[in-house]
Design a protein around this ligand. Structure first.
Ligand code: FAD
Length: 383
């Protein structure tokens, strides 16, 4: 449903006072056009200005994205009579890719009489792999060094977007085929789960920029626009943000704080076992009794299986109390990487993208920048 918010007299007075009426008349050379309408593709409500201030920050979180320039690994590897199926290295898009990548991993299974599998890792990849195995009649035990809420998957913003999953331009045709299949499969699964009270919802995104087309740097919007409904480039006057341009689309937002515990509950309910246990080396893995082991250890695969292409990319988030009036996502614009996600557990303000950094302590300067830039942007909104 398309919903328009009509400018009222008070809005025009505010604009006139700010001296920016001409900017709001976007694209209209004469300036003679009816009142500007902000078209919202999803929400019935007008845009609300988030109240952003350092004093409202409840906590910060830091996580390390398991990035591989060549993209994530899904493949079987034999160690004697044990089959290890890898499913790791999804960078900044592990929530996004999860169901699809895990589907590819489970598809590597040979037909065995002994249908017992061990899954290493209790993040999104381990949990979705375990669920898919159970659906195929396998008995599953998860071994994970850390469990929710202490995995990287718990730190994820949860936006459905394959951001920094591989180094653009370096992808092989084989990887791209795998990536696209996983992307579409995941999209299908999450789309069907949206709006059912399990932490998956459609949300409006606004990429704010000074120049037209700039947000198109997000390659996936160009290549698979059908996965991001309602894409439109909004000119000045067609949106309430202070940046001149806003690229809008809908995407899914998956809330880890709801989604991960729910998946764990489903796995246990279906007879699965979840154990907190670290694999200290390959010997531990090969000593497991199951004939098949799924390696969903994320960044842990660097140590455990010697994958030196895996690189941590540090991210940092600041949270404010949830505000149900704020029901849209923004990306940019201001100093550094910026994004705001409205979630049930708080308004999430990001971000940071530090390749090779692996310290887990929050950095006060980064938090200060994130809050300052988002606050500046919020105060400049025309609402
Ligand atoms: C700040 C930030 C924001 C993000 N935002 C998004 C987003 O908006 N959308 C999105 O799609 N993605 C996002 N991501 C990326 C996403 O979080 C990751 O890609 C995803 O969590 C990877 O999932 P995983 O299950 O492979 O790894 P993890 O969640 O790291 O899980 C790995 C599991 O393996 C276990 N493990 C590791 N080593 C061992 C061992 N030796 N023995 C036993 N267990 C072991 C760990 O304890 C853990 O249980 C973000 C990441 C960060 C840091």
């Amino acid at each position: 449903m398309t919903v328009a918010r009509t400018f009222n007299r008070r809005d025009w007075l505010k604009v006139a006072a700010a001296g920016s009426a001409s900017a709001l008349l976007g694209g209209c050379a004469t300036g003679i056009r009816g009142p500007v309408e902000y078209r919202r593709p999803l929400s019935l409500r007008p845009f609300a200005r988030p109240n952003i201030d350092m004093s409202l920050i409840t906590h910060t979180r830091v996580g390390l994205r398991p990035y591989r320039p060549g993209g994530f690994v899904v493949k079987g590897e034999r160690f004697g009579d044990k089959l290890v199926i890898h499913n790791y290295g999804h960078g900044g898009g592990g929530i996004t890719m999860s169901w699809g990548s895990s589907m590819l991993a489970v598809r590597e299974l040979p037909d065995l009489a002994d249908k017992r599998a061990a899954v290493l890792g209790g993040g999104i990849m381990g949990l979705t792999t375990a669920r898919l195995l159970q659906e195929r009649g396998w008995s599953v035990t998860i071994h994970a060094k850390a469990l929710s809420p202490d995995t990287t998957s718990d730190v994820a913003g949860g936006l459905w977007a394959p951001t920094s999953v591989f180094r653009l331009g370096d992808e092989t045709p084989e990887f791209l085929a795998q990536f696209v299949e996983a992307l579409r499969y995941s999209h299908d699964v999450f789309s069907k789960q949206a709006g059912r009270g399990i932490g998956v919802n459609w949300v409006e995104n606004y990429y704010l920029s000074r120049e037209r087309n700039q947000p198109r740097d997000f390659y996936y919007l160009d290549r698979w626009p059908e996965l991001f409904p309602s894409i439109a480039e909004l000119s000045p006057g067609e949106h309430p943000f202070s940046a001149p341009y806003a690229l809008r689309h809908l995407s899914l937002l998956i809330e880890p704080a709801i989604y991960l515990p729910r998946l764990m509950g489903e796995i246990r309910q279906a007879g699965g076992t979840i154990e907190q246990r670290e694999m200290r080396g390959l010997d531990d893995v090969l000593a497991l009794s199951q004939p098949v082991v799924f390696n969903c250890t994320g960044l842990g695969a660097r140590e455990l299986f010697g994958d030196t292409e895996l690189t941590p990319v540090r991210g940092q988030l600041a949270f404010m109390p949830a505000d149900e009036r704020v029901d849209y996502v923004t990306h940019g614009s201001g100093e550094g990487l910026l994004y705001m996600f409205p979630r049930a557990d708080g308004i999430l303000l990001g971000g940071a993208y530090e390749r090779g950094a692996s310290h887990l302590e929050p950095d006060a300067t980064t938090t200060e920048r994130i809050v300052r830039e988002h606050g500046r942007q919020a105060r400049a909104m025309r609402v």
